[in-house]
Structure formats: C-alpha cells, structure tokens
Ligand binder design. Sequence first.
Ligand code: HEC
Length: 462
Amino acid sequence: MRLAWAAICGALAMGAAEPSKLPNAENASAPIRLLPRFPDFAYLPAPGSFTPDRTFRLSQDYPANLPAVEPAVQKILSIDFTHDWRAYANAVLTYIMEGNIEGRGVSQAFYLEDNKVRRWYHVPWQHWGPNGREGLHGLTQEVTSKAFYLGPRQKTPAETWAVGFYNARGGWLIGRVWAEADNPDPGAVRRAGGFPVGTVVAKLLFTTASPDEVDYLTNPVQWSAFVYPPPGVKSTGVRKATDGVIVPVRLVQVDMMVRDDRAKATGGWVFGTYVYNGALNRSSPWFNLVPMGLMWGNDPDVRSQPQATSGQPFNPDLKETVINHADSALPSSHLGYGLRLSGPVDNNLSSCKSCHMTAEYPQASPILPTMTKTELGKKPVCGDATWMRWFRNLGPDESFDPQAQSTDSSLQLAASIQNFVASKNQSTGGLYASQFWKNRAMPIAGVRGDVPEDGDPCRPIG
Ligand code: HEC
C-alpha cells in the first residue's frame, strides 16, 4: 500500500498523471474507486526505511454552499482590532488551536481530519515541484533564514517548512476556484468579490534551526518533517518522491489572516503573527506563543525608517500596524520595511500585506520589490515610486498588475493555479498556458523578476 502511494505520488509530482483519472491500485478486481481529486502530498520516505504513524491528508471536501459565519468568528469580528489588538489576536489564535491540539501529543496535532469542533481546508496543488508537500505533516518549503536572521547566535542557515489552512468560509472559495479539478477558474475570486468576510486563514511555520543557536526555540513544539535537500546540502532542483531526510523542525511562528470588513478601506484583511518563545515554559508548549502585532494596511504614504533604540522597535508614523513593542515576553526580532509587521522567518524589507497583495494569476510581478527593476532597468531604491507599488492598499478583487486576476491575498491559491499550469506545460511543451487563457480571454503575463541581491537597498546612504 505504502509502495503504491509513493509510486503514485511520485508520478503526480512529475506531472505524469492526473489525480482524477487514477484508479485505486490496491485491488484491481474491486469497483474502481477514484482517489481524492487532488493528491495529498508528493514526498514520503521509501517503504522500509521509515514507517510513519500516519501520513498527511489533504482536507479537500470543500463546502458546496457558503457556510454561515460561526459564533467564534462573529466574536472575532466584534473586537476592535485597532485598540483591543491583543484580544483580537488572541481570539483568532484560540479559534485556530481549538480542536487541533487538545487531548493528543504534539506530533498528532493539526491533522485537520481529527478536529471535532470545526472543519479546516487545505489548498490543493502545493505538492508539485521540489519544494512541494511532504507526507508527514503536509509541510512545504519556504525561504531560508540566513545566518543571524533569527537571532544573534544563529550561525547556521535554517530552512523553513510550513503548512497553511482555511476555515470553511475560505474553503468554499477554494472549492469554487477548483470546482473542476482539471480546469481551475481564477475568475471565481473576482465573481465572489474575494474571500467572504469571516474567512480565517492560519499558517504554522517551522524551522530547522536549533535551540542551541536560537534560544527562544527551547522547549519546542517539534515535528518530524521529510525535507529535501538535507540541511546544508545544495538542491539539484530535481526530487524523486522518496528523496529526502527526516529532521526535527520546531514551531517558530504562527500567522493569521482574517477577512474583516472593518478593514475595507485598507483592503479588507487583518494580518497577525505570533512568535514562539519556549523560555516562557508554560504548561503546554502551544501556550508559549507571543503576539508580535497586527496590520490591516500598508500605510502607503509612510516612508520613514526609524532605527531600533532598545527592545522591540516600532514606527509611530504607522497608523495601520500595531506592534507589541513593550512586551518582554516577545523574543526580539526584525520587522518589515519601515517597521511594518513581518515575522521572524519573513523578509525584513516587506510586510505581511505587501507580499500577500501580489497574489494573482498569472503572477506578473515578484512578491518583493527587491526582486524587480524600474522602467530604466535599475533596482528600485527604498521608498521610490516603484518600491511603493508594493506598499499600496489593494482591495480583494484589485490585482497587483492590470493583466492578471487577483486571488485576494491568497498566495497559495495563486501558487496552486501556477503549479497546475506548469505541470500541464511540462507535458505539452508550454502550449497549455496559452490555451488556458484563450478559454478565458485573458492575456499572458510577463515574467517574474530576477533573484534578489544581498545588498540592502534600504540602508541609509552616507
Ligand atoms: C516575503 C513574502 C511574505 C511575507 C512578508 C509574508 N508572507 Fe505569508 N505567505 C507567503 C507565501 C509565498 C505564501 C504561500 C506559500 C505557503 O503558504 O506555503 C504565504 C502564505 C501565508 C498564509 C497561508 C495563506 C495563503 O495562501 O496565502 C498565511 C495565513 C500567511 N502567509 C500569513 C502571513 C502573515 C500574517 C505575514 C506577516 C507576519 C506574512 N504572511 C508575511 C509570503 C509571505
């Protein structure tokens, strides 16, 4: 069984077969049972080398009808996030944890199918490519935290592995976009006016960094993850279904996004993040999370960049961000551009909203201003007009680029369509993408920007 799985997953990862057309390989004489429409994951150790207690299942029975706003979400939507930001963040964190952690060990947490309180949903097509979903917890690989990114004693670059999921209101829209497994429809986002109010999205981010180098990772929430390449080894860019090593990864950050209409004027979403601080050593490791702040807008006109003096810095010019700057429980860490909200494993010249606002299909602009060029072919300078395109306050159905369609801040939804089309292109020599858009009367977008340089464009000159 496990062998069949690995083989099937491997085939899917290479784009060789389609999920909806695969018969169950287990018993050829039984009536054909179709596999789930979307593969759960792509990578698992070879049978015999490791027997996992259980494997990740993609939660994909998206609701056909828009579910009502639950009382717990009504409560969130009644808290004033500008003043009671801590109560707001805490209500969201409680909502995310409820039913996902109680009565079981850390290793069994967040298997969404075990949740008896409410349903949560994953975005499909995150399995594809060498960074795609692994089979133990459904983690995908995110950016590397270079040395000293996570703290002053971090000498070894650390890898980030993460899993995100949407509540039922959000799951409904994922199901609209992916109603036909072989024909995703990004236009469904615009027709719905973006994600429905009351959508809650969560993301758990784990790092391979060790508590020896990053002290707040002590007493960790620790999972085993099947990662590739092995830490310290360079990726060849090609990964077979069984390529990888099992390593411990530790929770470092919990991200949240809430579609809240009170943030309508600044784009409709409230972003928040919690940072792990194991030094607190509370009764359950899950309680060692400390809020870092909330942001509901990019403050498009603010270009100031105050420097840190002591403790967690903040920028008093920002009116659409609140940072938990006076709390000694919060491990000190970098923020984003101009001290906008950005978590420890996120980019320090960006912000939650900045990066997420680029979510569109086709993705015509890169996620970061450091990855683009101005019309004159130069790198944008921190705070110039090109740079500030990344710090607008776009609404749910406003796309970052005119030739694309917004996926309303969902970078996973954008990636799912991108991955699907890329996998189709592999077998059709690139014809699929043009056909995809021909059917939808949309142009093909330009290319993504180049790779960022190491230099800091925001460093004060002189
Ligand atoms: C440098 C860009 C970047 C920054 C900054 C960033 N994110 Fe993300 N985020 C991503 C990408 C890319 C994904 C999709 C990949 C994934 O989830 O594996 C994502 C996924 C998510 C998801 C899952 C939902 C989805 O599909 O988009 C949530 C929730 C989230 N981020 C919240 C946040 C919050 C809160 C912050 C700020 C503390 C933040 N992000 C900062 C790039 C960023």
